[in-house]
Design a protein around this ligand. Structure first.
Ligand code: PXP
Length: 239
């Protein structure tokens, strides 16, 4: 099991001032130095965090696995084929959402993926992971398409507050992971995982391969770091 760090929200913070810092590429370097097996970024149609230029700089800087999260639009496929990441993670995307809201509806996208999307990445030798909810039918359709991996959507588990809802969703994730593994798919997972819920998730769900975490790491980094930053500035000013 390996950790992949999603650095999108370093770019969110940078874009708030429209200047060059904090640089998501620096965040990628620090993450790899700290032991992350790779870096994930989501290039959105509206470019609200990661920009095209970041994608090419990440390609040059990242030494581990580079996971390009994207909607399967013609524009994104063209960029991904040019950048050649190790892995593309295909997600549904809507302009209004604050973050990815759920997995792909495999019945809806199956024919389009089979005819247009999967052949493009197969030909380029880029592995594909599909972000899906832990529904058996969606997992089976992902395997039928010949994709290498699924990424289990953990958002419902992460957002559940009542024990009964947490246990129910965990059970669906456990069954989904077992089925995917049986069908020869790698089992990745992500969305909403944090320092509290990660323990139970990795203890109970089998066959996990890559765990993708973004928001919780960037928010935690602020508070692990802020004390030292304030202290350093205060030292300059008071001395
Ligand atoms: N995996 C996918 C497919 C995502 O869309 C996201 C959010 O960008 C993540 C993982 C990471 O989620 P979080 O930022 O909540 O850790």
């Amino acid at each position: 099991m390996r950790l992949l760090v999603n650095i999108d929200h370093v770019a969110t913070l940078r874009n708030a001032r429209g200047e060059g810092v904090p640089d998501p590429i620096r965040a990628a370097r620090v993450s790899e130095e700290a032991g992350a097996a790779g870096i994930v970024f989501h290039l959105r149609e509206d470019r609200r965090h990661i920009k095209d230029d970041d994608v090419y700089r990440l390609k040059n800087a990242v030494t581990g696995l580079l996971d390009f999260e994207m909607a399967a639009t013609e524009e994104m496929i063209r960029i991904a084929l040019d950048v050649k990441p190790h892995l593309v993670t295909l997600v549904p995307e809507s302009r209004q959402e604050l973050t990815t809201e759920g997995g792909l509806d495999m019945k809806k996208v199956y024919d389009d993926y089979k005819n247009r999307v999967v052949p493009a990445f197969k030909e380029a030798g880029i592995e594909m992971s599909l972000f899906i909810d832990p529904n058996p039918e969606d997992i089976e359709l992902t395997a039928e398409l010949g994709c290498e991996a699924i990424e289990l959507h953990t958002g419902v588990f992460a957002n559940a507050r009542q024990e009964i809802a947490i246990a129910q969703e965990l059970e669906r994730l456990i069954r989904g992971a077992k089925l995917a593994h049986k069908l020869g798919l790698k089992v990745n997972a992500g969305h909403g995982l944090d320092f509290d819920n990660i323990h139970r998730f990795i203890q109970e769900v089998p066959h996990l391969h890559d765990i993708s975490i973004g928001h919780a790491l960037i928010t935690d980094a602020i508070f692990r770091g802020l004390y030292n930053s304030v202290k350093a500035m205060n030292d300059i000013i008071t001395k």
